[in-house]
Design a protein around this ligand. Structure first.
Ligand SMILES: O=C(O)CCC(=O)C(=O)O
Length: 297
C-alpha cells in the first residue's frame, strides 16, 4: 500500500463489505479554508469561474420560491472545477490519492469534480441514487468517490445518507422524482422503499472524508440549520476501465491520469464496441403517481 495511505486493511474490508468507508481527519483545516475561500470568491464574483465550471443555482432560488440575502445562499453546486487551480488541489491532493490507490490500484485518473453547497432555507435534498448512472466507465468496482466535509456535517444540516451493502446490486433505474423542489439533474433510484430502513447517516467533522463505490445508494437530507453545509468531492477510476456508453461525447471533459506510469497524460483507453450501453435505458420516464416517500432524510 502507499506508505502514507490512511486506509488500513480493516477499512478496506469495510469498503468492500459495505460499499463505503470514512477516513477521519484526513485533510487539514488550512486546505479546507482555502477551498471555502475560493468558493466565496467565485460566488461573490471576485474570481471568474474557471473554464468549464458550472455555477449551479439552487432550484428554489431559480424558480423564485425564495429570496436570498446574499449570493452564497443561492448556490447549490460548483460542477467541474478541474480548471480552477485552487479547487483542483483537492483532486490531486496526495492524501486523497494515497487512499484512492488502495481502492482502485496504482494507475489512477480523475473523472469528475464538484463542490456541494447546501445553504439554509432551501430544500437541497439529494434523493437516493447511484453515481454510476452518470459515468460511462465500467466496471463499476474500478471507480470510487471521495467526499470531504468542509465543515461539520450532521443529520440536522443534511449529511450524506448511505445504504450499506447496496453497492452489490446492479445499476438501477432512476427517474426525475416529482418532489416540488428537486434540482433537475438530481435523479432518484426507483423502487427503493425496502432500502429506506437500512439507511445510515454519515456525520462527519471538517476534513473527514468518505470514500464510496458508484453503485452505493446514497443521498442527503435537508439542511435544517441556519448555517451552510459544504463539501468537496471528486471521482476517480483506474485507467484500465472501458468506455461503455454508445455515445463517445465527453462534453470537453478531460480524464487526467494522476498516478502510475502514465501520470500526466490523458486517458486514451478502450471503447466497448460489441455491446455498448445506452445510458438512457436507466431512466424511467416520468409518470403520474402518488407522492413519493422522503428517500433522503
Ligand atoms: O453532498 C451531497 O449532499 C450529496 C452528494 C451526492 O449525492 C454525490 O456526491 O453523489
Amino acid at each position: 500500500m502507499p506508505t502514507n495511505s490512511s486506509i488500513s486493511d480493516e477499512m478496506l474490508e469495510h469498503f468492500q463489505e459495505d460499499g463505503f468507508v470514512v477516513a477521519r481527519g484526513l485533510l487539514h483545516d488550512r486546505d479546507l479554508q482555502g477551498w471555502l475561500k475560493r468558493l466565496e470568491q467565485i460566488v461573490e464574483g471576485t474570481v471568474e469561474p474557471a473554464e468549464g465550471m458550472l455555477v449551479m443555482k439552487d432550484v428554489m432560488v431559480a424558480k423564485g420560491a425564495i429570496r436570498t440575502d446574499n449570493a452564497m445562499e443561492a448556490i447549490a453546486k460548483l460542477q467541474d472545477y478541474e480548471h480552477d487551480p485552487i479547487l483542483d488541489r483537492y483532486t490531486t491532493h496526495p492524501r486523497i490519492l494515497d487512499c484512492i490507490e488502495r481502492f482502485v490500484g496504482h494507475d489512477v485518473m480523475t473523472i469528475h469534480t464538484m463542490l456541494i453547497n447546501k445553504p439554509p432555507n432551501v430544500d437541497g435534498r439529494h434523493p437516493l441514487h447511484q453515481d454510476l448512472l452518470y459515468f460511462p466507465f465500467r466496471p463499476a468496482h474500478r471507480i470510487v468517490a471521495a467526499w470531504t466535509a468542509l465543515e461539520r456535517v450532521t443529520v440536522d444540516n443534511g449529511c450524506l445518507t448511505v445504504v450499506p451493502g447496496s453497492h452489490r446490486g446492479k445499476l438501477r433505474e432512476h427517474e426525475n422524482l416529482d418532489w416540488e423542489y428537486l434540482n433537475g439533474g438530481y435523479f432518484g433510484a426507483v423502487d427503493v422503499e425496502d432500502e429506506l430502513p437500512r439507511r445510515v447517516h454519515l456525520e462527519m467533522e471538517p476534513g473527514d472524508t468518505a470514500f464510496f463505490q458508484p453503485t452505493l445508494l446514497h443521498g442527503s437530507g435537508r439542511n435544517r440549520t441556519a448555517g451552510y453545509r459544504r463539501a468537496i468531492s471528486a471521482h476517480y477510476a483506474s485507467i484500465d476501465v472501458t468506455w461503455s456508453w454508445r455515445t463517445r461525447e465527453t462534453y470537453g471533459r478531460r480524464y487526467r491520469i494522476l498516478r502510475g506510469s502514465s501520470a500526466g497524460q490523458e486517458w486514451q483507453g478502450d471503447y466497448e464496441t460489441r455491446n455498448p450501453i445506452d445510458p438512457v435505458s436507466f431512466f424511467r420516464a416520468a409518470q403520474a403517481k402518488a407522492p413519493p416517500s422522503d428517500q433522503s432524510s
